[in-house]
Structures are given as structure tokens and as C-alpha cells.
Design a protein around this ligand. Structure first.
Ligand SMILES: NC(=O)c1ccc[n+]([C@@H]2O[C@H](COP(=O)([O-])OP(=O)(O)OC[C@H]3O[C@@H](n4cnc5c(N)ncnc54)[C@H](OP(=O)(O)O)[C@@H]3O)[C@@H](O)[C@H]2O)c1
Length: 303
């Protein structure tokens, strides 16, 4: 296929980097939009565009978007900020407004918007439409699954230290409970961490879920919305993934298994495939991949 021009918002983030690397590997031209786009390194087909998506005018953003065939929004709310909910919603407002304006500038060139959500935006099967973010048993299941994965704990240490500390302590309590000399105190410790995890502030996850409603049923512009599964984190590039076209949270096949997930390089493959095919227009979907590799690998590769 001929090469595409793809604009990646949040190009230097955990998700954005893997997308940029995958797109460059396929011969596409990539514009990286964020405040410090050079952080990812240099490449002849990578064009850094330094801007703050929250304070740039919609018309200026639209001019940048209008040059691209595909825009991938991998913006991530800085979790050090206090108003993560506001920033999450505001960034989506900016991107969608600019995208719609960009699409209106030409009758022949129709850009395509790939938006990223998170597992909180997926609907829990069998619940009549409850999103995972609002479903306490999901968080308990997430704690149990994440505590079994060294890669996921390493990922959380980097991004959500409060959560990582709890996962670490939870993991130790589980191991002690399974070992010789198990006692009721360890069970109580496990339960208390499950409760604490469900009490953490998930405003940024809720913001993503709310932003999905800007898309849901809206056919006034060309978008697709992908929510990664719960166990999304660092891992190997296997090149294989399964697409789930419904907006449901993927659940384990066997009771007691960990929640499904995917590695960042495999998610990037799914996103690059979608950038090339544009086959999921107006769809909220997710992807799962292999979880056989649990090694702790670099989260922030360079180009
Ligand atoms: N399991 C899951 O469902 C899951 C897990 C993780 C992520 N995700 C989703 O993946 C997406 C990306 O998250 P991530 O964790 O990969 O991101 P991240 O690592 O936090 O990276 C954030 C990116 O956004 C950029 N950015 C932040 N503020 C900006 C601003 N004001 N203007 C322009 N750029 C800005 C950052 O670059 P600068 O700082 O240089 O601006 C960086 O490139 C999100 O939608 C998130 O919900 C889902």
C-alpha cells in the first residue's frame, strides 16, 4: 500500500511510542504531537510538532490534522495533575472539534480519527450495560490479575505508584496465604487491599468513559474507538491479536484465569492495521493478545 501520513497525539507516551514505531516500520510518515515530541528520538519520516493540545486553538489543531490521512489520539492525562477528569474531557473536546473542522476543509480529503479509551469504558457482559469503571467486582478481578503479573506491576510502578504499592503488598499476602503457615490475617490483608484498590481515584478512567459518549452513535464524523483490555501493558511483539467488535469487556475463558490483555507492541499493530484499513468506522472495539510473556521490558523505546 502507498504510505500514509499519520498524526499521533501523545507520540512520546507509553502507547504513543509503540504506535509511532510500528507506523515507521511500515514506511508511513508520522507527525508526533505533544509538548516534547523530540523525546522519542529522530527519524527521517518522523516530524515532531511541539504543542499543548489543551491550549492550542481548534483552528490551529485543525490545520495540522488536515494534512494527515489518519489521526490517532493517544493523549494520556498526566496523573500528577489534580484535575485529571477535566483534562481528559477537555482534550477530547479539543481533538474532536479540530478533527471535525479539519474534515470540513476539503471535499476530497477525508481524514480518519482513531480514538483510544481504556478498559473502564467497556461494558461488563451480563450487566445490562454497566461500564467496567462502575463495577466493583471488575476492580477486584483486576487486582487479582495484575498482582500475578510482574510486567503489569512494573508498568503500574512507572505510571500509577499508589496502585503499584498496593499490588505489591497484595501479591505478598497472596503468596503467604498459599505458602506454609497460612493464616486468616493474610486473607484479611488481601481483602483490605481489594477494598483499597476499589477506593482509588479513577477520575481519569471515568473521563475516558464519558468521552466515549461523544462518539457513541455519532455518525457526523469518521471515527473508530478502541478500548484496550484490562491487562494492557509492556510485553513482546508477537504480531497476533484477536479483535472483539462488541463493546464488551473480555473475560477469562476459565474461572480463576487472569483477565485478558495485550502487549503495547501488539496493540500498536492493531492500531496500525486499522489506520491502513479503516475497517471499524463508528465501532467501539477492543483487542486481546498473547499473555504468555511476563518479562519486564522497556516501556519507553525510542525510534
Ligand atoms: N488498560 C487500559 O485500558 C489502558 C492502560 C493505559 C493507557 N490506556 C489508554 O491509552 C491512552 C494513552 O495513555 P498512555 O498511558 O499510553 O499515555 P502516557 O504514557 O501518559 O503519555 C501521555 C502522552 O500525552 C502527551 N501529553 C500529555 N499532556 C499533553 C498536552 N497537554 N498536550 C499535548 N500532549 C500531551 C505526553 O507528552 P508530553 O508530556 O510531552 O506533552 C505523552 O506523549 C489513553 O487513552 C489511556 O486511557 C488504556
Amino acid at each position: 500500500m502507498s504510505s500514509l501520513h499519520v498524526t499521533v497525539i501523545g507520540a512520546t507516551g507509553f502507547t504513543g511510542r509503540h504506535i509511532v514505531i510500528e507506523l515507521l516500520k511500515r514506511g508511513h510518515v508520522v507527525s508526533g504531537v505533544c509538548r516534547n515530541p523530540e523525546k522519542i528520538g529522530r527519524h527521517e519520516r518522523y516530524h515532531p510538532i511541539a504543542l499543548n493540545v489543551l491550549c492550542t486553538s481548534v483552528t490551529e489543531l485543525a490545520t495540522i490534522f488536515a494534512r494527515a490521512d489518519v489521526i490517532i489520539n493517544a493523549y494520556g492525562v498526566p496523573l500528577t495533575e489534580t484535575s485529571t477528569y477535566k483534562l481528559g474531557v477537555e482534550s477530547s473536546y479539543q481533538v474532536i472539534s479540530a478533527f471535525k473542522y479539519a474534515a470540513s476543509l476539503s471535499t476530497t480529503h477525508k481524514p480518519y480519527l482513531i480514538a483510544l479509551g481504556n478498559s473502564g469504558s467497556l461494558v461488563v457482559p451480563g450487566t445490562d450495560g454497566i461500564h467496567a469503571v462502575d463495577y466493583e467486582p471488575f476492580w477486584v478481578e483486576f487486582v487479582r490479575s495484575a498482582a500475578q503479573s510482574r510486567a503489569l506491576i512494573a508498568f503500574c510502578k512507572e505510571k500509577y505508584p499508589a496502585m503499584a504499592n498496593m499490588l505489591d503488598s497484595y501479591r505478598k499476602a497472596v503468596l503467604a496465604w498459599k505458602g506454609p503457615g497460612a493464616n486468616i490475617e493474610q486473607l484479611e490483608t488481601m481483602k483490605s487491599y481489594e477494598d483499597k484498590m476499589t477506593d482509588l481515584n479513577y477520575d481519569f478512567i471515568r473521563a475516558c468513559t464519558v468521552c466515549h459518549l461523544f462518539y457513541d452513535g455519532n455518525e457526523s464524523f469518521d471515527w473508530t474507538f478502541i478500548s484496550p483490555p484490562a491487562m494492557y501493558g509492556p510485553g513482546k511483539r508477537t504480531g497476533e491479536y484477536d479483535v472483539h467488535l462488541e463493546h464488551y469487556l473480555p473475560l477469562p475463558e476459565e474461572e480463576g484465569d487472569i483477565l485478558p490483555g495485550i502487549s503495547a507492541p501488539d496493540l500498536a499493530i492493531a492500531l496500525a492495521d486499522e489506520a491502513e484499513r479503516k475497517g471499524m468506522k463508528w465501532t467501539h472495539w477492543t483487542v486481546t493478545g498473547s499473555q504468555s510473556d511476563d518479562s519486564v521490558v522497556s516501556m519507553y523505546p525510542k525510534i
